[in-house]
Design a binder for this molecule. Structure first.
Ligand code: PCA
Length: 327
């Protein structure tokens, strides 16, 4: 009986495939992200996916898997290389171990405005494309997080205040900062920040006001300092073979939607940068200026980190920062 059923199903599927006028099966991509569905980055990706579906006339559908449901944030580039997902999103500063040049995003105090961030991305992009290509990946677009500030449970009078405290980290730069401050680094995923604060596992962190808002950090976090340390970018990329396998018109639709997603994402980020700081304030977080001598100390630490990064990357760093500073 079972055999007859299988045979019937097989016959049905064969006749379906052969029916004239039925288009060949559409291509389906899985896109993995490590951030929540409500995050503006993910919302932007979801719109990108919808636009690709429409512009390709349904020839390519992209299914978004948020919140590390398909692969953990740190593992997404490898998952896309391995074909577990055809596309993914990663935070570039999270890729520095494998690709030091990706760390250009979190060299402190280089970029302090969105227009600086735009210039940096333009200069970085060729190198990023090359390194991604060597790994069988193709970047589609990148969008920055709002500027990185300092969240703290206590007022900051001196960098020595951080000694022995617990500082949340999310990339190599924040880890190094915690080390230099003599703080205990605590690696906490963005989506777990609220939980880690509630459990008393962290006293401070460098990240955007937006990440503070999304995790409702008020209560444990009492101060936010707008130090504009850097503007890290998330990059959305695809497995090169998967991209090359598309028909030319579908490829063009993907690139067009990616360009639009990039423009839209930068505008979303910039709008959220100020509204998020206001939301922290409205929830009782004090938005303060860092005392001038602490600012000097932080900038000095930033220079040290910059030197370390340039040394780790070598000459390639110059291809970005020499033109960046010449303007
Ligand atoms: N939020 C992410 C990365 C940068 C940001 O603003 C995080 O805190 O992990």
């Amino acid at each position: 009986m079972k055999f007859i059923l299988y045979a019937a199903m097989l016959a049905a599927s064969v006749s379906f495939a052969q029916t004239p006028g039925v288009s060949p099966a559409a291509t389906h991509w899985k896109l993995a992200t490590g951030y929540r569905a409500e995050s503006f980055h993910t919302q932007n990706i979801a719109q990108f996916a919808r636009e690709v579906g429409v512009a390709s006339g349904g020839q390519l559908t992209i299914e978004v898997f948020p919140n590390s449901t398909l692969a953990k944030l740190a593992d997404i580039p490898q998952a896309v290389r391995d074909g577990v997902a055809q596309a993914g999103e990663a935070i570039m500063t999270g890729m520095v171990k494998d690709m030091p040049i990706a760390g250009a995003d979190s060299v402190p105090f280089v970029v302090s405005t969105y227009s600086d961030a735009q210039r940096l991305w333009k200069l970085q992009r060729p190198g990023i494309e090359k390194h991604f290509a060597e790994r069988g990946l193709k970047p589609l677009y990148a969008v920055p997080w709002p500027p990185q500030g300092l969240h703290s449970s206590k007022p900051v009078h001196s960098l020595a205040d951080f000694k022995g405290t617990q500082m949340r980290t999310y990339n190599a730069t924040t880890l190094r900062i915690a080390e230099l401050l003599g703080a205990k680094p605590v690696d906490v995923a963005m989506v777990d920040v609220g939980k880690a604060l509630a459990e008393g596992r962290m006293d401070s962190m460098i990240t955007s006001a937006l990440t503070g808002v999304e995790n409702k950090v008020w209560g444990p976090i009492k101060y936010y300092y707008e130090i504009n340390a850097w503007f890290p970018k998330n990059v959305v990329f695809v497995n090169t073979k998967a991209f090359d396998a598309l028909k030319p018109d579908v490829r063009a639709a993907v690139l067009k939607a990616a360009g639009d997603a990039q423009t839209r994402g930068w505008a979303m980020s910039q709008a959220l940068a100020s509204s998020a700081t206001e939301e922290l304030r409205a929830n009782g977080v004090k938005i303060e200026r860092i005392p001038p001598d602490v600012d000097t100390e932080i900038k000095r630490m930033g220079e040290k980190l910059s030197r370390e990064w340039v040394r780790s990357v070598g000459n390639e760093a110059n291809t970005i920062f020499v033109p960046y500073y010449i303007k």
